[in-house]
Design a protein. Structure first.
Length: 408
């Protein structure tokens, strides 16, 4: 067995508490790498939107990762955004670059030697110059999405206006940055095969394509709550952070176009909307059977309830962690083609897929009216998660690639 790798993981938001899909993806990899015996130090940004809540993180993790958190003010500022239009820089990326993180990275590299620097998402890549000044470590981008494609999808779902124009401009700058950074990193671990192919297609001519891999995130599926797997569903649940634009667009479509059809067909059916940062003007509506729950204390326990999970996404790349969590809990899932992107799921066997409002409404009602079908769908989804999403297995796959890149 090779010696344990020394890894510096640089994150754009705190992996713990794992409050959203991005946090779960980062934390799962850290957990898997530590379980495989590697040394992992975590340096993370934290923001108003994603604060560093040290008192909510267990001591074992704090000690194992020696985590340090640096504040970055990423609040949107129209004046700064317009100045970046003039200078031609990416405003999306510049918001995440602060001198304090440069200094923290330099200090970490002076104190210890690392074999690998893991950059979590495009938003940490501005720190590459600081890393290169002091380290010969392999720099590996862990691409959670092809970011510009995500915002391209979001823009397509918006009406015409200055906000769409500005978003299209930022999106084009992100596309340029994502292509350019492939000259600056040593390897890319994308979360889906489609995303990995985009990066391969845009590699410099001299770069070995084997240095771009697809590595879906992992979950501790075996220990996920799933005691309600054999209970017929009695409600429809959407659980997701509502400060992420694709979620807002998807749930707005669910509320406005899908749910009225489902409610008309099955007036007793209830829609539960849960998640952080719920829009203030979204309120429960007894006449339509909509319950706005807001932030829930325990996402695992919420998924472990007799419900159908709906993932109504039409935008974004990457992998839907809320979908993976629902599968791990044995919940029957209805999603869109975009929603199941990045997972090798079989529609009709592991999930039901519906891309327009009538089809999604019909799918939700059919699963409520056919509890045996719903239970079988949930069982098949959990088995798929058991077979494909173990976080130690994912970490082991990444380790094999990291070791080969370090040894090259």
């Amino acid at each position: 067995m090779s010696a344990p790798l020394r890894i510096l993981q640089i994150c754009h938001k705190p992996p713990r508490p794992a409050v959203d899909g991005g946090c779960i993806a980062m934390d799962s990899l850290t957990t898997g790498l530590l379980a495989e015996g590697h040394r992992v130090k975590v340096l993370t940004l934290h923001t108003h939107k994603h604060p560093f809540l040290q008192d909510q993180i267990d001591h074992t993790y704090l000690e194992a990762t020696a985590i340090e958190a640096i504040f970055a003010d990423t609040e949107l500022n129209l004046r700064d955004a317009l100045s970046h239009v003039i200078t031609g820089e990416s405003y999306h990326l510049s918001r995440f670059h602060v001198p304090e993180m440069d200094r923290a990275i330099e200090e970490a590299l002076r104190v210890d030697m690392y074999d690998v620097i893991l950059l979590e998402s495009l938003f940490t890549t501005s720190y590459i110059p600081a890393i290169r000044r002091l380290s010969d470590a392999e720099i590996v981008l862990r691409a959670h999405n092809v970011e510009h494609k995500l915002w391209e999808d979001v823009s397509q779902g918006m009406g015409p206006g200055p906000k769409k124009w500005l978003l299209n401009l930022f999106q084009s700058k992100l596309a340029a940055e994502e292509s350019k950074l492939l000259h600056a990193v040593d390897a890319v671990a994308a979360i889906t095969a489609n995303d990995a192919q985009w990066f391969r297609d845009h590699l410099p001519d001299s770069t070995d394509t084997s240095r771009v891999i697809a590595l879906p995130f992992g979950l501790d599926v075996e220990n996920r709550l799933h005691s309600e797997m054999n209970t017929p569903p009695n409600a429809v649940l959407h659980l997701g952070a509502m400060d992420w634009t694709p979620n807002v667009q998807g749930v707005q479509w669910l509320k406005d176009e899908v749910w009225p059809l489902a409610h008309q067909a099955s007036p007793e059916l209830r829609l539960l909307l849960a998640g952080r940062h719920m829009p203030e003007d979204w309120t429960s509506d007894e006449s339509l059977g909509i319950d706005v729950l807001g932030e829930v204390e325990d996402a695992q326990a919420t998924y472990n309830s007799p419900c159908i999970v709906v993932v109504p996404l039409h935008a974004g790349s990457g992998m839907r962690i809320k979908l993976a969590e629902a599968l791990a809990a044995g919940r029957p899932v209805v999603t869109t083609t975009k929603g199941m992107e990045g997972m090798d799921l079989t529609p009709g066997k592991h999930v039901w897929v519906a891309d327009d409002a009538p089809a999604m409404s019909e799918a939700l009602v059919r699963l409520i009216e056919s509890p045996e079908t719903a239970i079988e769908l949930g069982k098949a989804g959990r088995q798929w998660a058991l077979d494909h999403l173990g976080h130690r297995a994912r970490a082991r796959i990444l380790t094999d690639h990291l070791q080969s890149w370090v040894d090259a």
